[in-house]
Design a protein around this ligand. Structure first.
Ligand SMILES: Cc1cc2nc3c(=O)[nH]c(=O)nc-3n(C[C@H](O)[C@H](O)[C@H](O)COP(=O)(O)O)c2cc1C
Length: 230
């Protein structure tokens, strides 16, 4: 059986909405790997050291796209993108620091092109170059890690991320959004990539259409894990 065709067939239904919505957006050029962007350091979006030991690292394609975040396939009604919206909700509950996983790859803003691009990236085992780096990992003992489900797996940039860091002795808390597949096997994959980390199996996963209304569920989940700031 041809694996790619099987995946494509399975995805055709779940992704059709995104493709239909997005076809016609963006340009028709083949995606090219652009020059690396400027390096972005660890971010505390509040501008002040929080003193928290929680880091919320997330990959938002809207922040790594060849179009403005608001025009990207991931745009939420306020333009942040789904994974950033979830990361912000977790930040509000935990008081942790935000860290945006950035890459020199500029992903196609056009949804159909993005799907093909990500398919090829996965088949080629690409490890996209990271342009943001956690400078102060020792400060954190709990790392929330957020990513969309791409082709029943994490985006390949997440493999670059787990290649770069040794999270031994730390707790990893996965969160994700999807269009039907939930986490797929990604939590087990993370545990295999970080064998000496405590990877929480009770991650938070939400369908793309419910992301914007998930603040209360996220608050409850964070509280249940014992990571609420209050
Ligand atoms: C390249 C690509 C591949 C995807 N593959 C899957 C998949 O295998 N299973 C699934 O449930 N959703 C899949 N989706 C849907 C996304 O997981 C979902 O739209 C998610 O909310 C995207 O988050 P984001 O908008 O912050 O990137 C895929 C989306 C893209 C763009």
């Amino acid at each position: 059986m041809n694996y790619t065709n099987t995946l494509k067939r399975a995805l055709a239904l779940t992704l059709s909405t995104a493709i239909l919505t997005l076809s016609g957006c963006g340009n028709s050029d083949k995606p090219e790997k652009p020059a690396p962007k400027a390096e972005v350091s660890a971010i505390n979006d509040g501008g002040e050291p929080s003193g928290s030991k929680i880091l919320i690292a997330y990959f938002a394609v809207a922040e790594n796209s060849d179009v403005d975040a608001e025009a990207s396939a991931s745009a939420t009604s306020d333009g942040r993108g789904r994974m950033k919206a979830m990361a912000d909700m977790i930040q509000i509950e935990t008081g942790g620091d935000l860290f945006s996983i950035r890459t020199s790859v500029e992903y196609p803003g056009d949804g159909a092109k993005l799907i093909d691009y990500a398919d090829k990236e996965q088949k080629d085992y690409v490890r996209p170059e990271l342009t943001s780096h956690i400078e102060n990992l020792d400060d954190y003992d709990v790392i929330f890690v957020g990513y969309p489900n791409w082709w029943f797996d994490m985006p390949m940039v997440m493999y670059s991320f787990f290649d770069e860091y040794d999270f031994s002795g730390k707790t990893i808390v996965p969160f994700n959004s999807h269009n039907g597949s939930g986490f797929s096997n990604t939590i087990k994959t993370i545990q295999s990539l970080e064998p000496d980390a405590n990877v929480i199996s009770d991650g938070f996963t939400v369908n793309e259409k419910d992301v914007e209304s998930s603040a209360e569920d996220i608050a409850e989940w964070v509280n249940g894990l014992g990571y609420s700031k209050e």
